[in-house]
Design a protein around this ligand. Structure first.
Ligand code: ZN
Ligand code: ZN
Length: 170
């Protein structure tokens, strides 16, 4: 069986032996083995990173891309896109930097970091446009395409009980 996470696991000893060397990691990782379970995810997680060996660790730079599809938070229109998050992390065998990720058993494992970043990006609520007008809270029409006469500035709760009434003229 193919190990789909293999591109994310790099021999750190080999890299650390030659400070100054770089190694690219470019891969499309399926969400399931990565452990990214999210209703908005819509495809493989893209990883485009460069691992640079330093004297005290390995610096990982690049980006993680998560394709998503969702409903606009304001108008509920179906929208899709790709969330791109920049990566600039340090991996160390001996953790001298408190923000560094550990290198365990000589292996630099990018899995946890990629999973974490993808999930944070997918959690962000999306809008179809920054100036999306949303739906009218009174009649529910899409204010991006139509306008209505609703007065939504003042709500008189004395009449709210009548809102559910259906007048039958027949
Ligand atoms: Zn919208
Ligand atoms: Zn309205």
């Amino acid at each position: 069986m193919v190990n789909e996470l293999r591109p994310l696991r790099v021999n750190a000893i080999e890299l650390l032996r030659q400070p100054g060397t770089e190694r690219p990691v470019d891969a499309a990782i399926p969400a399931e083995p990565l452990g990214v379970v999210h209703e908005r995810l819509d495809g493989d997680i893209g990883v485009a990173l460069v691992l640079a060996s330093m004297n005290d660790g390995i610096v990982v730079k690049g980006s993680v891309r998560a394709p998503w599809s969702s409903a606009c938070r304001r108008c509920l229109k179906d929208i899709a896109g790709v969330a791109v998050v920049g990566v600039d992390e340090l991996y160390q065998i001996e953790l001298t930097d408190e923000d560094a990720y550990p290198i365990e058993n000589g292996q630099l494992d990018l899995t946890a970091m990629v999973r974490e970043l993808a999930l944070i990006e997918l959690d962000a609520e999306q809008v179809c446009a920054e100036d999306c007008a949303g739906l009218c809270p009174a009649c529910g029409i899409n204010l991006n395409t139509t306008s209505c006469e609703c007065d939504t500035t003042v709500t008189d709760h004395r009449w709210s009980a009548l809102d559910g009434l259906v007048l039958d003229d027949s």
